[in-house]
Design a binder for this molecule. Structure first.
Ligand SMILES: *Cc1c(COP(=O)(O)O)cnc(C)c1O
Length: 363
């Protein structure tokens, strides 16, 4: 891949079309093709994609945005910055994805949107979420920063790519995401062409043509350099996804023996899982940090996504939530551990990781 990336970079430098160069549109078209035809509107990052999605809904100040309590903070940040009110709901203990029953219970006449997150690479329950959104006439936004390329099968037999089911999907090309740029990047995924056109304007100062501004917008364009690099990386995404899934299958097999100590990632049979993260849940949460330190001493980097539920973050104290209101999210923050999952991990490296885990649990 390296020579192709070098070539793409040199070509952008040679043409000097750094802003809105041809690679941006080409990348959008190619990603749209990969996602089965949804429109792709590139923007500067995944957080801006969420901001643009909410901005495009033209909600009244204080409208409520339903968001899972166990996610990356960016999911709420957009709502908070726009003067909308994040309403947090708990997640499911098995998939870590938002609990549709909790979403249903949080709906009020002030609800402006439901934001679902496809956490760690697996789709939230799109069947139920889509039904709830349609029944209540509330737009569903899919924060698909972690599950680009995952699919969901509905009871009707219809299969859709994550991010293309709700009114608007958002994604991120942050370097560590499944389709990572060499810097920041993001995109919106939309089926409705009129909505796509509007989002395109909002991401470029709200202009319909140069110096003609129809909306208050953002400067949130994807750099040509990143688009050119992402075109190359997109061609490798299917193989990278298969490699991540193979890494996960290998962990599943090697760690099955530790069922009493570790809950392995639950699979929703309706969703393919693209394993942005392979996240374990410890049966005894008080051993989590011990395992993490032990693995660190073995030279194995692990991560905790996420150490604090969003309602406990100081920035969101103003929402007035109290400890104990999101029991599942709170429990998960103390019990989860993500293992190395990148597509280049070798079988030998994985064997070493699972051996060290075995040593820690004394088996
Ligand atoms: C990474 C991420 C974002 C934000 O994307 P950026 O490109 O870093 O702004 C939003 N939501 C989730 C769930 C993410 O993982």
């Amino acid at each position: 891949m390296q020579p192709a990336l070098d070539e793409a970079l040199l070509e952008v430098m040679a043409t000097a079309a750094f802003i809105q160069g041809p690679a941006v549109g080409q990348f959008a078209t190619e990603l749209a093709e990969y996602l089965g035809g949804a429109h792709v509107v590139p923007c500067a990052n995944g957080t801006d994609a969420l901001t643009l999605a909410l901005l495009s809904l033209q909600l009244p100040a204080g409208a409520e945005i339903i968001v899972p309590a166990f996610t990356y903070v960016a999911t709420l940040e957009a709502a908070a910055l726009l003067g909308l009110r994040p309403v947090l709901v708990d997640v499911r203990p098995d998939t870590f994805n938002v609990d549709p029953a909790a979403v249903q219970a949080a709906l009020t006449p002030r609800t402006g949107a439901i934001v679902a997150v496809h956490l760690f690479g697996q789709c939230a329950d799109l069947e139920q979420l889509r039904t709830i959104a349609q029944r209540w006439g509330v737009p569903l936004i899919e924060d698909n920063a972690q599950a680009l390329g995952a699919t969901f099968q509905f009871a009707s037999g219809e299969i859709a790519f994550a991010g293309t089911v709700g009114a608007i999907g958002t994604t991120s090309f942050f370097p560590s995401k499944n389709l990572g740029a060499l810097g920041d990047g993001g995109a919106l995924l939309v089926r409705d062409p009129a909505r796509a056109a509007r989002l395109q304007q909002l991401a470029n100062h709200g202009q319909s043509q140069k110096y003609h501004h129809e909306h208050v917008g953002l400067n949130s364009r994807l750099d040509t350099v990143q688009a050119a690099l992402l075109r190359v990386k997109l061609r490798h995404l299917p193989a990278a996804t298969t490699a991540r899934q193979a890494v996960a299958a290998r962990y599943d097999a090697a760690l099955a023996a530790h069922g009493a100590d570790l809950h392995l990632p639950a699979r929703d049979p309706r969703s393919s899982h693209v394993f942005h993260q392979y996240t374990l849940r410890l049966a005894a949460p008080d051993r989590r940090d011990g395992l993490r330190h032990f693995l660190s001493r073995c030279g194995i980097p692990t991560a905790i996504y996420y150490p604090l539920p969003v309602p406990a973050q100081p920035a969101y104290a103003y929402l007035g939530y109290r400890a104990g209101q999101f029991p599942v999210a709170e429990e998960l923050c103390g019990a989860v551990l993500s293992l190395p999952t990148h597509p280049l991990l070798t079988a030998e490296q994985q064997d070493y990781i699972t051996e060290c885990i075995g040593t820690f649990f004394g088996r």
